[in-house]
Design a protein around this ligand. Structure first.
Ligand code: FUB
Length: 324
């Protein structure tokens, strides 16, 4: 099994992270964060991740030349944003392409915005306000086979999910607000999207991640509890909810029968990589499955990351394994 640092980055002329990959019109598109140099010191709020725009990348297939489509959305064009354009995702519906992205609003609270384009490579025009009722970070969109779209989101510490435990935003010391002990861990969130993909259809719900006995993962279970980077894909009629465990640096997954969960913990996809964060997507490309993720091997710095791709295999039980 190759170490992550031995896999070549897909993009080397700029720093990229949090790759959300999709196949649109038979071509592979990657929607990553665009990391940039900063003097901000690393801290647990993630202030060092100080991004101001998004690029889109595409390729014919895995291994083909990677095309940089340039800047497709930038902070100065989004009226509600103050800083930190973090991990985005994209979706297609009825011939339009939607870019979902988290950023801090003018009060410093993370919200999720949406921008729309006519082509997968953008450019994207943002709505003037964030999605009403949205909060925290790392949106990931699943458009199910019946056309219903779901937006998953949430991330703790710098992503502020722990600040929303009462339903209202409460900002104290970010890390100390994470629950400790044998009570339930903070759960990621999901909301159905309206037909036009611009707003939530109904309430934001919590996504249950349970163990083999059906019990919610506990707060102290940092090797398995959700931290950030939700992603959902479908395989053989099952829904796979994958995510980062944050401070223990694993990519894990859980499997369920409904897009709304519950999801039963099923194992690890990726061991810790170089750099603090780990974030990914999973996509089928021309009949094979791939894990897109990042590490910090190109720069050696936590906040300057590079995206990579590795093949994924399923065993007879539907469990995921890295191919190389
Ligand atoms: O890229 C900024 C943040 O770092 C993302 O939103 C998190 O998932 C982590 O990768």
């Amino acid at each position: 099994m190759a170490a992550s640092s031995e896999i070549n980055p897909l993009v080397t002329h700029i720093y990229t992270a949090d790759p959300s990959a999709h196949v649109f019109n038979n071509r592979v598109y990657i929607y990553p964060s665009h990391d940039r140099e900063t003097d901000i010191q690393d801290n647990d709020n993630g202030d060092q991740y100080d991004m101001v725009d998004y690029h889109v990348f595409s390729m014919d297939t895995i291994g083909s030349e990677v095309i940089d489509h340039g800047v497709v959305l930038k902070q100065e064009d989004i009226p509600w944003v103050s800083k930190q354009l973090w991990a985005p995702d994209a979706a297609e519906k009825n011939g339009k392409y939607y870019l979902y992205f988290p950023a801090r609003d003018k009060e410093g609270t993370f919200r999720v915005g949406v921008a729309v384009g006519d082509k997968p490579e953008g450019p994207f025009t943002p709505d003037p306000e964030p999605i009403p009722g949205s909060y925290s970070i790392d949106p990931a969109c699943l458009v199910d086979d019946d056309g219903q779209a779901y937006l998953y989101f949430g991330g703790i510490w710098g992503g502020q999910l722990q600040c929303w435990q009462t339903g209202e935003f409460k900002a104290e010391d970010y890390t100390s607000m994470e629950p400790k002990g044998t009570g339930p861990a903070i759960l990621p969130r999901v909301a159905k999207l309206t037909e036009d993909m611009h707003t939530f259809d109904g309430e934001v719900q919590q996504v249950s991640i349970v163990d083999d006995e059906g019990k919610l993962l506990i707060a102290d279970d940092h090797d398995r509890r959700f931290f950030e980077a939700a992603w959902v894909h479908k395989y053989n009629g099952k829904y796979y909810f994958s995510y980062s465990t944050g401070d223990t640096h694993y990519l894990c997954y859980a499997i369920g029968d409904s897009p709304l969960g519950p999801f039963t913990y099923a194992g690890r996809i990726l061991e810790p990589v170089k750099g603090w964060t780990t974030h990914h997507s999973i996509a089928e490309v021309h009949g094979k499955w791939y894990l897109f993720h990042h590490d910090s091997s190109l720069s050696g710095k936590n906040h300057l990351r590079c995206v990579k791709v590795r093949e994924l295999l399923y065993d007879a039980d539907g469990k995921l394994h890295l191919a190389n």
